[in-house]
Design a protein. Structure first.
Length: 266
């Protein structure tokens, strides 16, 4: 005699009710961005707990947001380089080199500030281009290449500064327009750098997540031969990423402290 299956209607509960929350949490935590967000929230809660209301006030926000913006402008292209399997340590020399370029061009020779800024950005692009060419042509790990370029740029900066100005330091008085675009404080607390950081973040987010270049960047860290056979311009893309790193490092050299009157490479 066949038995009739029993159905328990007493509780009305689904066997998946207990795991529904965990499943939703796993889906939410799967993207890498979620880990970064949770880490940021954990750090914020930690300092908020021990620093109290001062940390949550507008001056408290400004104290760390201004610094985070300066670092973030440089970190954005470095993040893309790391996704592609590369590193760029030469930015430690590009920042003072670009800063001193502005001072020499606009301070020592009296050119307009925009000319000095353009020259500084050109220096950053040039160093990035040299980094990229060395990496793709020699296939030496980018860590070694950029360390060598870093010391080369440091030496060239020192030598050119002494050759052109007779000193390792020189001064400049930034114009009001330069301060307003790059270093003015909004409300007396927040630097304009924060808005530049947001703009750069939006651009790099579009490149990585919306444009076809994003998939190409991810492919660079895999099999480069397969990526090249698939039609991805691996060499040009690598050089472009290093140039973006140099550009942002040179840009950061101006937004970090444009109101400062003296630059030194000693």
């Amino acid at each position: 005699m066949a038995s009739t299956p029993r159905t328990d209607l007493g509780t009305g509960a689904s066997p998946h009710t207990g795991t529904g929350f965990l499943t939703a949490f796993r889906r939410l935590a799967r993207p890498p961005e979620t880990g970064s967000l949770l880490g940021m929230l954990a750090v914020y809660v930690f300092f908020l707990t021990f620093a109290g209301r001062i940390f949550a006030s507008a001056p408290g926000f400004a104290s760390w947001l201004n610094v985070a913006a300066e670092i973030g402008i440089v970190a954005l292209p470095i993040g893309l380089l790391m996704i592609a399997g590369h590193l760029d340590l030469s930015i430690g020399a590009v920042i003072p080199a670009a800063s001193l370029t502005v001072v020499i061009v606009s301070g020592h020779y009296g050119a307009p500030d925009l000319v000095g800024i353009a020259a500084a950005l050109a220096v950053g692009l040039l160093v990035g281009y040299v980094n990229g060419v060395f990496v793709v042509r020699t296939e030496i790990p980018s860590l070694i290449v950029t360390i060598g370029i870093m010391f080369a740029v440091m030496g060239l900066t020192l030598g050119i500064a002494v050759l052109l100005t007779g000193s390792t330091s020189t001064s400049i008085t930034p114009s009001a327009a330069s301060k307003a675009m790059l270093g003015q404080f909004v409300g007396g607390m927040f630097q304009v750098t924060i808005f530049w950081w947001a703009l750069f973040a939006a651009v790099f987010a579009y490149v990585l997540h919306v444009s076809p270049w994003g998939n190409w960047i991810y492919a660079l860290d895999g099999d480069k031969i397969s990526a090249r056979n698939a039609g991805i311009p691996t060499e040009r893309l690598t050089i472009g990423l290093f140039m973006a790193s140099g550009f942002c490092a040179a840009f950061e050299s101006r937004v970090a402290s444009p109101s400062s009157s003296t630059r030194s490479c000693a």
